[in-house]
Design a protein around this ligand. Structure first.
Ligand code: ZN
Length: 131
């Protein structure tokens, strides 16, 4: 396999990759097929790393909007001993909402963010919501 840009040799490597959202940036090392010609630098991130890229993008977006990142949402839900389905029914958003939040497919709204913050801090509020 040759580089599609310069025809040089390509190699499987780990390289730094900048993931950005608005002005936020995070550098991560990702596996990919890269051109070893230093003047070229062409490369393609491996398909297996795409999940990681979209997860980090979701984290940056949450950070930018000032809401919880997917991992934090999952942590709160697990601490409350709720399934994703149950959490969506109790907090609103529907049975698939938390699956989407935790996968980083949907960023939580500010009201949902605030509700989760409150319930995480005062778990006894769950009694009210369950009614
Ligand atoms: Zn090249």
């Amino acid at each position: 396999m040759a580089c599609p840009l310069c025809g040089g040799e390509v190699e499987k490597q780990m390289r730094d990759y900048a993931i950005t959202y608005e002005h936020l940036e995070k550098i991560v090392e990702l596996p990919g097929i890269y051109c070893i010609n230093p003047d070229c630098g062409e490369g393609m991130v491996e398909e297996s790393a795409w999940d990681q890229v979209s997860r980090i993008k979701a984290e940056l977006k949450a950070d930018y909007l000032g809401v919880m990142a997917p991992d934090h949402i999952r942590e709160i839900r697990v601490n409350l001993k709720l399934s994703q389905r149950k959490a969506g029914l109790i907090f609103g958003g529907g049975p698939n909402a938390f699956q989407k939040y935790e996968a980083g497919k949907v960023t939580i709204s500010q009201p949902m963010n605030n509700l989760l913050r409150l319930v995480a801090k005062y778990p006894e509020l769950m009694m009210e919501l369950r009614r």
